[in-house]
Write a protein that binds this ligand. Sequence first.
Ligand SMILES: [Zn+2]
Length: 171
Amino acid sequence: MKGYRWTCNACSVGNASNETHCSKCGCSATAGTEDIEKHKNPGGFKKRKTIEEYKKQLLPLLFSPFFLVIYMHNGKFEIALLLFVAVAFIITKNLKLLLYISTDKKAKTMLLTFSCTLLLFILTRIYLIPDNSSSVGWGVLFYFIFTFGFMYYFTKGKRFNKLLEQYYKKS
Ligand SMILES: [Zn+2]
């Protein structure tokens, strides 16, 4: 940057070449897209980050029954216990969020259905389908398609984004 004035990517103010950060908004001269967004629209950035964080808290809860069954079945009781404690911790920490989500019937049903389907899937696999059955491969395929489909909807879909946005505004 030596010898050149530079224009801040976030607020478009011109800055002297020896400045590493914008004199008006504090954005770095070499800021990446995320940093620029943070300085351009701090409120929007914080909202987006917080909603991402809500989702990160919710996802382990959805998968926990599935993994609990696997660990129990494999005799890894210490890991199962750890998982149980972790889930109890997440639930306590996010109780308000969970209660808010449960007021939206459709969202609640979708999350429960997803979690229960995974649980039923693994129970069927363990107790009803022998290891050498050809349906094992199909089961794995189903698992991946089902999980990725849901994850896509959960992260990109309007329903959950809107719901979590409302919660963010409220809290
Ligand atoms: Zn700036």
